[in-house]
Ligand binder design. Structure first.
Ligand code: GUN
Length: 295
């Protein structure tokens, strides 16, 4: 029977650490601040944004919400982002996705100052992830890496299979596993024989959004199985991509849904906001120093 990787427990430990570091930064004169933008009234997005606000309160990060109507124009949204970019008291900016269809997501994500980009979705930050020198990492895959680290699961030399190639999870997940010296395969909707690949996996990460996609016959004995997706079954209950009951009898470690990767994502968002606030302090000090030299 697999050991359960408890995202609630691991995220609580991480949040305690973030809280202590936030306090230290506050004592040094900087109050970390996250601005969250939500356009429209998508109920799932409203829940996510509420949870982010609540977790900010828990760790002592100041949060500012901008709840905009669904007919907000792209230029109005861009104006808000520019004003937040220029606001020195704001360290992190997050624009909740998906955006209404009349707004170009790429234009919006590119408008966020890369140093305040706590999602790490800006192309500049994606480039840093590719090179392997990123300060800000996308929250969900970074949360998965933290779970592996916490459980003492080494990635080095392991066959890692990522199912799903989204910009938010699949692609950065593959890059982070590669940076940790895993041998990485990325599978997607056009992969002809998915189970051929999943059966090779020592570490299997599923991020497709399709319930019952991964069955026990697709998993190697003793594999580590990480289920990123949050779906609903016929009874309206939350479930992932993995058939938990049967796969947990074959895997060595498995994440549950809910209570697995989900709580990690929000903890890593708090960590990124703290990092962005620290970067801001360092950059301000550097600016002040170079100003001295000019004098
Ligand atoms: N919508 C679903 N997941 C995410 C996320 O990680 N960041 C943002 N900004 N929007 C999301």
């Amino acid at each position: 029977m697999a050991k359960l990787i408890d995202g609630k427990k691991i995220s609580a430990a991480l949040l305690e650490k973030v809280k202590a570091d936030v306090n230290e930064l506050k004592s040094a004169g900087t109050e970390p601040c996250l601005a969250v933008i939500l356009v429209g009234d998508d109920p799932a997005s409203q829940v996510y944004v509420r949870n982010k606000k609540r977790t900010c309160e828990q760790v002592g990060i100041k949060s500012i919400e901008h709840l905009l109507p669904k007919d907000t124009s792209e230029s109005e949204l861009l104006s808000l982002i520019w004003s937040l970019n220029n606001d020195k008291s704001v360290h992190g900016i997050l624009c909740q996705l998906p955006l209404p269809s009349h707004i170009n997501e790429k234009t919006v994500l590119c408008a966020i100052d890369p140093d305040k980009d706590v999602d790490a979705f800006h192309p500049k930050n994606v480039g840093h992830i590719v090179i392997g020198d990123a300060e800000l990492l996308p929250c969900t895959p970074a949360g998965v890496m933290e779970m592996l680290r916490y459980e003492g699961i080494s990635v080095e030399g392991k066959n890692c299979v990522v199912v799903g190639r989204s910009n938010i999870v699949g692609k950065p997940m593959a890059l982070m596993l590669l940076a940790a010296n895993g041998s990485v395969t990325v599978c997607h909707s056009r992969t002809p024989d998915l189970s051929y690949h999943t059966k090779q996996a020592d570490i299997l990460v599923c991020a497709v959004g399709k319930k019952d996609l991964i069955t026990a016959d697709m998993v190697k004995d003793g594999a580590v199985v990480i289920d990123v997706s949050i779906n609903r079954n016929e009874d309206g209950k939350l479930c992932g991509d993995v058939v938990f009951d049967e796969v947990s009898r074959k895997a060595s470690y498995i994440t549950p849904v809910p209570g697995g990767v989900g709580p990690m994502t929000i903890a890593l968002l708090m960590q990124n906001t703290l990092t962005a606030a620290r970067l801001n302090v360092i950059h301000s000090e550097n600016d002040a120093e170079s100003g001295d030299k000019v004098d």
